[in-house]
Design a protein around this ligand. Structure first.
Ligand code: 5RP
Length: 212
């Protein structure tokens, strides 16, 4: 599986390399595929300005290979956002958040001019949902949001022993039938106390690079 992730990361790198300039800032996702991308990017660190990161885990990896990481609030333009996914359908709608970082990931995906998704072929699905949909919720809303999720047809499962970098719990929604990913993404986010959910359909990737 690592070879397939590496193949996807290499495709994204080949896509961005000709366009890197001294002022280019690249957004970096979270997860094992993103970490492979970071390691590949390290060789070219002198060709661009630096990165913005979706997690402490990725920041540590970036700084470890000598790539500059900026606070996202101090950056005006992010040329690319490169990240993995847990599921990807044929319309390039995604489920993310297996690593619990989907809220920050979605912020960077929206800021970036181009969102590049890097996945191994096992992530391709005909319909989103089997992985489950992670939602980040405020502590105070955990039970209420879970009851609302049941009304949407899902089965909420608290991710035990895990909080996000903003110290919020994650509830994974199982058994959700996602006929329209855009509507489902918006419906879940309308529940008071939900910070964000792991469906990326409203801002989906511009390109998906699959390692096969
Ligand atoms: C983290 C994510 C990851 O992109 C997703 O879980 C895929 O991870 P990996 O590249 O390790 O398969 O959304 O929140």
């Amino acid at each position: 599986m690592t070879a397939l992730k590496e193949a996807a990361a290499k495709k994204a790198l080949d896509y961005i390399l000709p366009n890197l300039e001294p002022e280019t800032v690249i957004g970096i996702g979270t997860g094992s595929t993103s970490e492979i991308f970071i390691d590949l990017l390290a060789t070219h660190k002198n060709l661009f300005k630096g990165t913005v990161s979706s997690s402490k885990r990725s920041t540590k990896r970036l700084e470890g290979v000598g790539i500059k990481v900026f606070d996202v609030n101090e950056v005006n333009d992010v040329a690319y956002y490169v990240d993995g996914a847990d599921e990807c359908d044929s319309n390039h709608n995604l489920i993310k958040g297996g690593g619990g970082a989907h809220t920050k990931e979605k912020i960077l995906a929206n800021i970036a001019k181009e969102f590049l998704c890097i996945i191994d072929s096992s992530k391709l699905v005909s319909k989103l949902g089997a992985f489950g949909v992670p939602i980040e919720v405020f502590h105070e809303a955990r039970s209420f949001a879970s009851r609302e999720i049941i009304k949407l047809g899902g089965t909420p499962e608290l991710r035990i022993g895990v909080v996000t970098e903003s110290n919020n719990p994650i509830v994974d929604i199982k058994n959700l039938v996602i006929n329209d990913p855009i509507i489902m993404e918006a419906s879940i986010n309308k529940i008071p106390g939900v910070v964000d959910n792991g469906i990326f359909a409203i801002r989906k990737p511009n390109k998906v690079f699959v390692g096969e």
